[in-house]
Ligand binder design. Structure first.
Ligand SMILES: Cc1cc2nc3c(=O)[nH]c(=O)nc-3n(C[C@H](O)[C@H](O)[C@H](O)COP(=O)(O)OP(=O)(O)OC[C@H]3O[C@@H](n4cnc5c(N)ncnc54)[C@H](O)[C@@H]3O)c2cc1C
Length: 377
């Protein structure tokens, strides 16, 4: 009988894992991929949608285009996971597996920040689309981009947002009528790379963007239009764009798999404490940032391990803890930071590549190569 691999979540991690398994093993193995959605959207596409650079239709990658030998993609919602039995219950039935991989991403906890649900966020597709509808009528005032807790997905994204906001307001001719403030629960915009952080801080200063470091938004009073941060300071706003508290989906907590909101894994093998159960990407605590490139790298590492195990070979310990993040600096210029979380025992390191138009081609290739590889588009 074929071995059954069950993958929960068809995001960065799940798509890459199943693609790699299919490329190597074809239909010699029985892979089931489950997702509650109809389509995948790159995280960074939300920023492009929000600022009107593209439309949701153009960046939605429908799961109906994901066709890989040996892989069944099912549209179902996972409601519980039994990690000991490797048994998963969905709204459609029960699935059992020989190997189980959790790639369910991070959810947003709106209840953790009183009042946040009454204002705008831009981390969901729906939120980004809503902001895209509001921005054209925005006439000026205080814009506060505020993060409600760490860790959060794509640490550079709020910094990119304020730089893109600056450009947007300049284009509309209302930049002088606006004040932009960024509230970030990090000491610097990109902690592993002081050089990248310096470049972003210089870009904020040049554009008169206020940066509030190492603080998080605690509550929102939507009526008075005030955001309060964790040291008690209040920030009046006319437009608030929030990043909600992130956490692994509650079903994983209910399944007894999480500690402090995430599924702990061995950093280099992505093994959970349950035999034959792995977790990759944003739902796991691996010691790397919550970013697509890291979810993808973790997925490749688990794929290599599973392939070796199925062939009766020794499982390699392969996750390098490295990845590259692109940074929108505005005006079509993109920077890049290559980060390495595991090599240096002193801590994470990063190499900065200054913004250029050439790096935009690099970023476009990053997106189009995944689009082609996963969806044949
Ligand atoms: C604004 C923004 C910008 C970003 N920019 C970048 C960037 O430039 N580069 C980068 O590398 N990363 C970026 N990211 C981060 C990136 O999007 C995530 O880190 C990445 O998607 C995580 O991959 P994942 O596979 O862990 O989870 P996801 O890609 O989130 O996939 C999880 C999947 O699980 C499914 N799921 C969840 N719960 C259930 C359930 N109960 N039943 C069934 N299915 C379920 C979801 O529908 C989803 O498809 C950005 C994120 C945001 C919000």
């Amino acid at each position: 009988m074929k071995k059954r691999i069950l993958v929960l979540g068809a995001g960065f991690g799940g798509l890459e894992l199943c693609t790699t398994l299919s490329e190597t093993l074809g239909d010699a193995v029985d892979v089931t991929l489950i997702d509650k959605g109809d389509a995948f959207v790159f995280g960074y596409s939300k920023l492009d949608v929000m600022f009107g650079h593209t439309t949701l239709d153009r960046v939605r990658l429908p799961y109906s285009r994901f066709a890989k030998p040996g892989v069944r993609l099912l549209k179902e919602t996972v409601v519980s996971v039994d990690p000991m039995g490797k048994r998963v219950v969905t709204d459609q039935g029960t699935h059992e597996a020989d190997y189980l991989v959790l790639a369910l991403g991070a959810d947003y906890d709106f209840d953790a920040t009183p009042g946040l649900a009454d204002v705008n966020e831009f981390y969901t597709v729906e939120g980004a689309v809503r902001v895209a509808g509001i921005l054209p009528a925005f006439a000026g005032g205080n814009i506060v981009v505020g993060v409600c807790g760490a860790p959060f997905k794509c640490p550079p994204a709020p910094s990119e947002t304020v730089l893109m906001m600056h450009d947007y307001l300049v284009t509309r001719g209302i930049r002088n009528a606006c004040k932009i403030t960024l509230i970030l629960p990090l000491e610097t915009p990109v902690p592993p790379s002081p050089e990248t952080s310096r470049a972003l801080l210089a870009a904020f200063a040049e554009r008169d963007i206020t940066f509030v470091a190492d603080r998080e938004v605690r509550s929102i009073d939507a009526k008075r239009r005030i955001a309060t941060i964790d040291d008690g300071r209040e920030f009046p706003f006319d437009l608030f764009l929030g990043v909600p508290v992130n956490r692994a989906p509650r079903i994983l907590e209910a399944s007894g798999m999480t500690e402090d909101g995430y599924v702990p894994v061995k950093p280099k093998t992505l093994e959970t404490r349950f035999p034959d159960v792995y977790a990759v990407g944003d739902c796991a605590r691996q010691g790397t940032p919550k970013a697509g490139v890291f979810a993808e790298g973790a997925a490749r590492a688990v794929a290599r391990t599973l392939i070796a195990r199925l062939r009766g070979e020794e499982a390699p310990v392969t996750h390098q803890g490295t990845g590259s993040c692109y940074l929108e600096f505005g005006a079509g210029r993109i920077g890049r930071v290559d980060v390495d979380f595991f090599s240096d025992p002193e801590g994470p390191t990063g190499t900065y590549h200054a913004p250029s138009v050439a790096l935009r081609v690099d970023k476009d290739n990053f997106g189009s190569s995944r689009r082609a590889r996963w969806f044949g588009l």
